[in-house]
Design a protein around this ligand. Structure first.
Ligand SMILES: [Zn+2]
Length: 185
């Protein structure tokens, strides 16, 4: 499992491994935590007591002194895997639910015609629909969009990036995701 790292004010910063989290615990860098401990790591023997140290890792940790991420001022990076999750693996033209390997990043306005490679100009499409639309605008190809693109918020981006998100983490992140997000659907 991965641990959701926040800054002290509660803004998500990164997914980190339990090992990385353990280092932060051991250096007294954890300001506060959320959720029930989800893993116990055993450390070295303590010199004074001779007992093995144990670190209980929580699913969400706020880190002392963490600098607010610069990412908050910019749109999250666009990747195919995040795009497909945003669009729930559904082709925007035919509405079919597909496996990731059958999906493509479709530029609504083709890049060859000045379309940008951004969240607002990209949508998920199956290979067949992408091929059929080709180098045309949706209206030229008479293919209308079944849903619209949008720029994910940073909380939403953490969900799109997460691999195995625990219930506690999902609850925390979804609480800050705009209601119109498809992730609520
Ligand atoms: Zn399709």
């Amino acid at each position: 499992m991965d641990v959701l790292q926040l800054d002290v004010s509660g803004r998500p910063q990164a997914w980190i491994t339990t090992r990385e989290a353990a280092v932060i615990y051991a250096s007294d860098g954890v300001a506060w935590t959320l959720g029930h401990p989800c893993q116990t790591l055993r450390g070295g023997l303590q010199r004074v007591t001779g007992r093995q140290s144990r670190i209980e890792v929580h699913p969400i940790i706020a880190v002392r002194g963490a600098v607010p991420s610069r990412a908050w001022r910019q749109a999250p990076a666009l990747t195919n895997s995040k795009l497909f999750v945003r669009d729930r693996f559904v082709c925007a033209y035919c509405g079919h639910h597909c496996m990731p390997e059958d999906l493509t990043r479709e530029h609504i306005q083709p890049t060859s015609r000045g379309g940008a490679d951004t969240w607002m100009n990209c949508i998920t499409a199956c290979k067949a629909c992408n091929g059929r639309k080709g180098n045309r605008l949706p209206e030229e190809a008479r293919m209308s969009l079944l849903y619209l693109p949008y720029v994910p918020s940073l909380h939403e981006d953490m969900i799109l990036r997460g691999r195995r998100i625990l219930a506690d983490q999902m609850e925390f992140l979804l609480a800050s995701v705009p209601r119109n997000s498809r992730l609520h659907g």
